[in-house]
Design a protein around this ligand. Sequence first.
Ligand code: CA
Length: 388
Amino acid sequence: MKYMFVIFLLYITLQYIFGSTDFKGYFKCTQSDQSTSPEEDGYTNDLDTATELVTSTPSCPTNMVYSLCACQHTCDEPETCIWTCCREMNACICPHSLFLNSNECVTKRECGCFLSSQDIIIPVNKTHATPTCDSVCHCKNGKLLSCDVIYCDAYSQCVQRSAFVDNNGKEIFEGKCVRIQDCQSILDAELWFGEDSYKVYPYGLPDVALEVYCKITSPNGTVSTMIQRKLAASPTFHLGWLLFKDGFGSPTDEFWIGNDNLHYLTAQSHYRLRINMETDVGKLYYATYDNFVVDDELNGYEVTLGNFNGTVDCNAMDTHNHQKFSTLDRDNDNHVHQNCAMKNRAGWWYDACDKANLNGEVIEWSCFPKDESIALSEMFIDRDSPSI
Ligand SMILES: [Ca+2]
């Protein structure tokens, strides 16, 4: 016994002088004080002998190995790592193929949220949809809840997304139903095949598809939903309330998307209004307004315009902000003596009457360069933040 004590003192002294990562690691990082021998992996026989003298032998729970601490996957967080001990020190950890579950190492199949049909573990309190959106399964408090079938509705498209990378570095995909609510969704749902007409399903709109024209409107690839197109010196927009309510024309010629459609589109998210103006010599100007909203018919399709930006010299729409829509047969403007829609031969959000009128028989923007005239107006909406 005395001999053992001398060895112990000698060992402590040497550790004090030279230091030892393994030694410190043992005290700070092991999880068990049971008496069976630790497994090797860098744990030397000398240290083994010495630590037996310090206290009970470091040992590991079933299936664990005493090894250099590295990335530890758990059943709850199968795709990420936790540190079970001090960084780069020895500790009881699960072998690479196993997952920590409470204090045990278990196989993938033994984790509570193992989804056999997909051969994956769903992280705790998360859901995982099949890549084809056939079902979505829930992991609640470490237990797999029943899976719900029929995941996408008729107005959504199943899109495969990268969900996470498993502990073997394999990328796991899941399906996500993308509601086709505007042209941005066409891009998100990977349905985009170039500038063209597409069917979209804005929230709130009765169960019919709305056909919209989608166009790239900026160098960074913004895909915008066209709401208006008007050529100069054309009386096309001198029409009544019902036609403006439902929309008319063709997006490759002259076009109004319809005030009801405009209301449902702009009510479903934050949208930016983008106005592109082209002069008769092909010069391009634009104006944008954040937070573009068109109210419902009961409120006269009142327009709300946020912050202005653009390459035109002034915010010519400022007096039109918070104005109701007027047409030849519905005078909602602020002019006491006349109907501005009749005077300007176009339906529009008149004040009394206009500084900007993109629907006008003569397309107007009050501060447009005097020696230039607008030959073409196109209006679009861009969703500020994509839904996915
Ligand atoms: Ca009036």
